[in-house]
Design a binder for this molecule. Structure first.
Ligand code: GRF
Length: 251
């Protein structure tokens, strides 16, 4: 096992700079912004980038006065050139190898090793399935089609393999027979909006130690996995591990 590496982030008295990468609607971006506004998440979104100029996530950023940068990937001769420009823009906004994190929020491009090396252990992703099951573009739909009875979402550090890096937090929900991929994906998305800001909060507090494939949540005491809990009525149970802190619970 490789030695534990605690990531040296500043304490939560400073706001933690984030670069958020989106390709679509940006509801996860919105959940991060909402938790910043509520005071639960000591972070600041410095820049939002998209490979899709019409991504609504860019509009969400612009409406709040956050720099929103469209970089159509087809404008670049190679994947390496595209990623190098993203690194340049992200660095320019105060996120680099030593400060802050890169948050993939529905960003539909694989990143090059060069990109990941620019932000070592500071790139995170959310995936709408319980990894390692159902990696890829349509995690929730694939799970529904397969007929699973438990589905969910995963926040993980990003490595060079798609939907593969060490897991930070997962949430599970029952999959209901016949509900279909869209309905299941919507219930999962509501939990994504809780676990992603929570994971970023732990990262901002320097509380995530990567030990090989395992991520340890350091003191103060990691919340135990929440027992099966519900929100908005008993028909929406979920299980999350590690447990969510009060500012991040579903409402
Ligand atoms: C989410 O389901 C996320 O898990 C996946 O892409 C979707 C993005 O949704 N990676 P949004 O753009 O944040 O609404």
């Amino acid at each position: 096992m490789s030695p534990a590496r605690e990531i040296p982030f500043p304490g939560c008295h400073m706001s933690f700079p984030l670069a958020v990468l989106v390709s679509g609607g940006g509801s996860n971006l919105q959940s991060i912004l909402d938790k910043i506004d509520s005071g639960a998440l000591p972070a600041e979104v410095r820049v939002v980038l998209s490979n899709k100029p019409d991504a609504y996530g860019l509009t969400r950023a612009r409406e709040r006065g956050i720099p929103a940068v469209a970089l159509p990937h087809a404008d670049f001769p190679t994947r390496a050139a595209f990623d190098a420009e993203m690194v340049r823009v992200i660095n320019e906004h105060g996120v680099d190898a030593k400060a802050g994190a890169v948050v993939l929020a529905g960003f539909m491009r694989m990143l090059t090793p060069e990109f990941l090396r620019a932000f070592p252990q500071r790139v995170v992703n959310i995936h709408p399935a319980l990894l390692p099951s159902f990696p890829g573009t349509h995690g929730a739909r694939d799970a529904a089609d397969y007929g699973v009875r438990l589905a969910g979402c995963t926040v993980h550090f990003v490595d060079e393999i798609m939907d593969h890096g060490p897991v930070i937090i997962q949430a599970a929900v029952p999959a209901l027979p016949g509900e279909g991929g869209d309905a299941l994906a919507a219930r999962i998305l509501a939990l994504e909006h809780c676990i992603y800001p929570q994971a970023i909060g732990w990262l901002a507090q320097g509380r995530l130690a990567i030990e090989g494939r395992h991520v340890r949540l350091t003191a103060p005491a990691a919340p135990a996995a929440a027992p099966l809990a519900s929100w908005g009525g008993a028909e929406r149970p979920y299980l999350v591990s590690p447990g969510l802190e009060p500012g991040f619970l579903p409402r």
